[in-house]
Design a protein around this ligand. Structure first.
Ligand SMILES: Cc1cc2nc3c(=O)[nH]c(=O)nc-3n(C[C@H](O)[C@H](O)[C@H](O)COP(=O)(O)O)c2cc1C
Length: 356
């Protein structure tokens, strides 16, 4: 077993990944994200990553109503950190590849080689309808062809002095983009369909997967690993996990219960509408929603031992190369995770390497 990677999903949108009036509420500011990134670096994490979001979900929490722009925020964080990898998200449907190529070369210089680019296709209509740039007639298949061509354009601009291409979506004519990055950027992709996994296997170095059960995650992880191997490539797979840590299991369980009390059903319903769930299904979902629906991702609660056991079960059971962690209160929760959980996970990886 090789070393696993652990990083954090920065709370670039207010509220982070808990949708509840009774949860801690990261404010989405640069100051909060910068402190979180520095704490993650001090804790010994491998990466910090931020998403790109253009519209929130309302409700009593105004969930993600306030969010900064990912690439510029991560450029500041690159300057504020020294060792941790800094991964920013870019929408292929928003930024022209020649613009994105330069923005990420800039990030890579500031980060002195630690930068990564998380490429997303822009799947949520509401975010782009408000800007007048949503193409309702574009099929998902076409969207991934666009992302593929976009990625080819960016990577060619990073390595060739002049690029001419007449593609289905982008036209470049003697297009120049210097300087080229001195160190290659890590390419990440967060898609979950078969089309998304195909793109991840062919074009990315790291794939963020979503799955509500361990079996779903394992199937997705195997699929990306297998497709990548067939293409002679090596792609790392990552899951997401929210960690609610306390000294004892009982104290952690109380944190989860307290978070659930104020679940913001309205914001959660708006989120589901934005994913394209039909309105009648959203209203029946809303009626049956419970406190744990405040958690947007799989989660674990417990003492350090319980959390370590669960993380081992997930990374091994789902055959993952790493996990992107979410915390209710990043500023309070990262230091104890760095003291009592991460060193044990690292020691386990080190000893399994020795015995392998
Ligand atoms: C870890 C992770 C991060 C994501 N970040 C973003 C993001 O920043 N912006 C965005 O529009 N979509 C984001 N997505 C959504 C994906 O890009 C993708 O649209 C979604 O997983 C559906 O997958 P599909 O397009 O393959 O169907 C993210 C998904 C995951 C799992």
């Amino acid at each position: 077993m090789s070393d696993h990677e652990y990083g954090i999903f920065l709370p670039i949108g207010n509220g982070g990944w808990l949708v509840s009036d009774t949860a801690p509420h990261p404010d989405g500011s640069y100051a909060y994200n910068k402190k979180s990134a520095i704490l993650a670096e001090e804790a010994g994490m491998d990466f910090v990553m931020s998403m790109a979001k253009w519209r929130g979900f309302g409700g009593s929490t105004d969930h993600w109503g306030r969010s900064l722009e990912s690439i510029t925020m991560m450029t500041g964080i690159a300057e504020a950190t020294e060792r941790v990898k800094v991964w920013a998200t870019v929408h292929a449907n928003v930024h022209h590849p020649a613009i994105a190529a330069k923005m990420f070369v800039t990030l890579q210089q500031v980060a002195e080689g630690r930068a990564g680019m998380n490429i997303v296709s822009g799947a949520y209509a509401d975010e782009f309808q408000q800007m007048g740039i949503w193409d309702a007639d574009m099929s998902k298949d076409a969207r991934y062809r666009m992302v593929d061509e976009w990625t080819e354009a960016v990577t060619r601009l990073w390595t060739e002095d002049s690029v001419t291409m007449d593609g289905e979506f982008f036209t470049l004519t003697d297009c120049e983009s210097r300087p080229h990055p001195e160190n290659p950027l890590t390419i990440i992709s967060a898609g979950s369909s078969a089309l998304g996994r195909d793109f991840q296997a062919r074009r990315s170095d790291g794939a963020f997967l979503s799955g509500s059960t361990m079996e779903e995650l394992r199937t997705a992880s195997r699929d990306v690993h297998d497709r990548a191997a067939a293409a002679g490539r090596d792609v790392k797979t990552y899951g997401m996990l929210t960690v609610v840590l306390a000294d004892t299991d009982a104290a952690a369980e109380k944190r989860v219960t307290d978070i659930g009390v104020g679940v913001d059903r309205e914001a959660l319903a708006n989120m589901r509408l934005s994913w394209g769930m039909p309105a009648d299904r959203v209203s029946s979902w809303t009626e049956s929603a419970t406190g744990i629906d405040a958690f947007q991702t799989p989660y674990v609660f417990g003492s350090p031992d319980t959390v370590i056991g669960h993380i081992n079960t997930v990374v091994e059971g789902a055959e993952l190369d790493g996990i992107m962690l979410i915390f209710p209160d990043y500023l309070e929760d990262i230091p104890p995770f760095g003291e009592s959980v991460l060193p044990v996970l690292r020691a386990q990886d080190a000893s399994s390497e020795v015995s392998a």
